[in-house]
Design a protein around this ligand. Structure first.
Ligand SMILES: CC(C)(COP(=O)(O)OP(=O)(O)OC[C@H]1O[C@@H](n2cnc3c(N)ncnc32)[C@H](O)[C@@H]1OP(=O)(O)O)[C@@H](O)C(=O)NCCC(=O)NCCS
Length: 151
């Protein structure tokens, strides 16, 4: 992280972190789907700890869940504090869950390979992605019902 990334308070701007998260998730989604994938929605970004200028940031992303053309990507950002290496452990600074849709050259959704959870940890991530999806759909439906009532 460099001085161009900071906000008025001297820590790294949330928008910079969001772009980083989107880029990393996009790379995982493109690799998994073997082509272009676009961000459809972001379920959650948690900024757990501030990032500071000089921090070395590592990003981890994986496809947690796949549907027919959409997939959920989980991202974790971990920072090494430049002035605390090697005595302190890297810190988890942000986690996020994003939904990407694989698209063809016309921007239309295209089918993608299923991800197969290959460990208890990945089975857990698949299940948690399903929970987020159920909640996302239920919320969208509830808001739609509310809007229909108003008219
Ligand atoms: C994402 C996009 C391709 C979906 O197109 P669409 O015509 O609405 O697609 P469909 O209704 O046929 O749904 C296709 C899939 O996307 C999923 N999807 C669509 N909108 C979604 C949303 N808001 N959140 C999560 N998933 C969504 C559907 O559940 C479906 O998944 P499935 O195939 O796994 O069952 C389209 O909305 C789009 O191009 N959006 C702009 C993307 C963009 O510019 N992103 C920023 C830059 S990368």
């Amino acid at each position: 992280m460099t001085a161009v990334d900071v906000n008025l308070y001297g820590t790294v701007h949330g928008g910079v972190i969001m772009k980083f998260i989107d880029d990393v998730a996009g790379a995982a989604a493109a690799r998994h789907s073997g082509g272009t994938a676009v961000t459809a929605s972001i379920d959650e970004i948690v900024f757990a700890e501030p990032l500071r200028v000089g921090d070395l940031v590592h990003a981890f992303a994986q496809v947690n869940w796949t549907g027919h053309t959409s997939m959920e990507v989980g991202v974790r950002l971990v920072a090494e504090r430049w002035d605390q290496v090697p005595e302190s452990e890297p810190v988890v600074v942000a986690t996020a869950y994003l939904v990407f849709v694989a698209v063809d050259a016309e921007g239309k959704p295209r089918p993608l390979p299923a991800v197969v959870p290959d460990s208890p940890q990945n089975e857990g991530r698949w299940r948690e992605a399903e929970i987020r999806r159920e909640h996302r759909l239920a919320r969208r439906e509830a808001i739609q019902r509310h809007r229909n009532h108003k008219h």
